[in-house]
Design a protein around this ligand. Structure first.
Ligand code: RB5
Length: 152
């Protein structure tokens, strides 16, 4: 599976750790920046958008986003059509975000969770399949809301 990674300056260290872990799991990983902890111009909306667009364009199947809280970077990702990004601070929500919501991006806060918990969260996200069925109808309703407000 191809996985796009993105972070702002606050999330670089955790991003590199999680990239190695997913690579060990057999995923193909790509870093969409930010690459430099001193680069404050590449703020969270830029890498968040690049990762979301990579998924929208079919260059990656899933994404992992990291900023201080996971909030800003997930908010921007959710503006890109077809993206369902969730912030998770524990594994149960990460599991449900796949099983019920078919999320394609997980976001974590580097200032919220330690790296071992972050890995547990991300690993759970990647090991859980979408259950479909009644959940597919609900996810379709999310997509319909997006289409209703889209100028595309
Ligand atoms: C940067 O200081 C911080 O605002 C950012 O990493 C993130 O937490 C925003 O949501």
């Amino acid at each position: 599976m191809k996985v796009a990674f993105g972070s702002d300056h606050a999330g670089i260290e955790l991003k590199l750790f999680l990239m190695d872990k997913l690579k060990e799991m057999g995923c193909e990983v790509e870093d969409y920046g930010n690459y430099d902890p001193n680069d404050r111009d590449d703020d969270y909306p830029a890498p968040g958008r690049r990762v979301a667009e990579a998924i929208h364009e079919g260059k990656a199947e899933r994404g992992v986003l990291i900023c201080g809280t996971g909030l800003g970077i997930s908010l921007v990702a959710n503006k890109v059509p077809g993206i369902r990004a969730c912030v998770c601070s524990e594994p149960f929500t990460a599991k449900m975000s796949r099983a019920h919501n078919n999320c394609n991006i997980i976001a974590v806060g580097a200032r919220v969770v330690g790296r071992e918990l972050a890995w547990m969260i991300v690993q759970t996200f990647f090991e859980t399949e979408f259950e479909g069925g009644r959940h597919a109808r609900r996810v379709d309703m999310i997509s319909q809301a997006e289409r209703d407000y889209s100028r595309e």
